[in-house]
Design a protein around this ligand. Structure first.
Ligand SMILES: C[S@@+](CC[C@H](N)C(=O)[O-])C[C@H]1O[C@@H](n2cnc3c(N)ncnc32)[C@H](O)[C@@H]1O
Length: 268
């Protein structure tokens, strides 16, 4: 059944949706300081993950049109990308001609070379994979692509308030009756250990919600695959402009972006 899910995702990301809209609120994401949060432990500029970028290779998982491949290429001499969508990879190749790209099955990293990267990162993508078994395969597949000293920082979405909807005055003013619609959407999302492989929608319509009680399980899973794990929560709710930009008619559910750092020798 997980292959049905990957086919559904592929159809969505290859489908008629305008690639510009796959990365909803493009300008918001372009203004977000992803580099600091990906490259420094706990977003603390005194704690860089890498003391030098010389000779290092990075891989962007679920890179889409290459938005963060371009941005991270200011640091790493080499940044490659992988994504489920041939259509988006074609755009990424045009945007970033110096990089290598791979189209994947949706459940692993396919032909991305093994034992090859010092750093793998991902932004606004893993939260859209609502099947625990598939994410687990992807994380194991990432580990195989890392060099022995390699590290990952993976951004996902977290809510400190679920199941209660945050009472944000500006949202209720803005939305009025649409609040009901919002709760329906939230119920549609998967819990961390759930395998929502029957889902017919993706890309924020059926995401995986990370909640406070999931953190110990996630820490244990990442530690067992990568050897170590720590989190950093960055509050985003107050940075969402109601109703979170032109592509979101109702506010998106997370209160924070969670940055999951994992890999060998995190504290060095
Ligand atoms: C919202 S876009 C983000 C693109 C890019 N990471 C960025 O930050 O601009 C989500 C991306 O995740 C990719 N994606 C979703 N599920 C995937 C999966 N199972 N395997 C690989 N890529 C996936 C989509 O094709 C899409 O490019």
């Amino acid at each position: 059944m997980t292959s049905d899910y990957s086919q559904m995702q592929k159809a969505y990301y290859e489908g008629p949706t305008d690639p510009e809209h796959i990365v909803g609120n493009y300008a918001w994401h372009e203004n977000f300081p992803y580099e600091t949060l990906l490259l420094y432990v706990d977003g603390d500029i005194r704690r860089p993950l890498f003391s030098s970028f010389k000779g290092l290779k990075a891989l962007d998982f679920a890179c889409g049109p290459g938005r963060m491949v371009s941005r991270m290429s200011r640091f790493f001499p080499r940044v490659d990308g992988a994504d489920i969508s041939e259509k988006l990879i074609t755009i990424a190749r045009k945007n970033c001609p110096q990089s290598d790209f791979w189209v994947t099955s949706g459940a692993d990293l396919g032909d991305v070379p093994k034992n090859n990267y010092d750093f793998i990162y991902s932004t606004i993508a893993l939260q859209h994979i609502a099947v625990h078994q598939i994410r687990d395969r992807i994380f194991r597949s990432m580990k195989e692509r890392l060099r022995p000293e390699g590290k990952v920082t993976l951004q996902m979405a977290y809510s400190s308030t679920h199941p209660y909807m945050p009472t944000r005055r500006d949202y209720s003013l803005e939305l009025g009756p649409a609040k009901v619609k919002l709760s329906r959407k939230v119920r549609n999302h998967a819990r961390w250990l759930e395998n929502k492989d029957q889902a017919q929608v993706t890309n924020s319509l059926c995401d995986v919600m990370i909640l406070p009680e999931d953190l110990p399980v996630i820490r244990q899973e990442f530690s067992s695959i990568f050897g170590s794990c720590q989190f950093w929560l960055y509050e985003v709710a107050s940075r969402f402009t109601p109703p979170f930009g032109p592509r979101h008619r109702v506010p998106y559910w997370p209160t924070h972006w969670i940055f999951i750092h994992a890999g060998a020798h995190l504290d060095k």
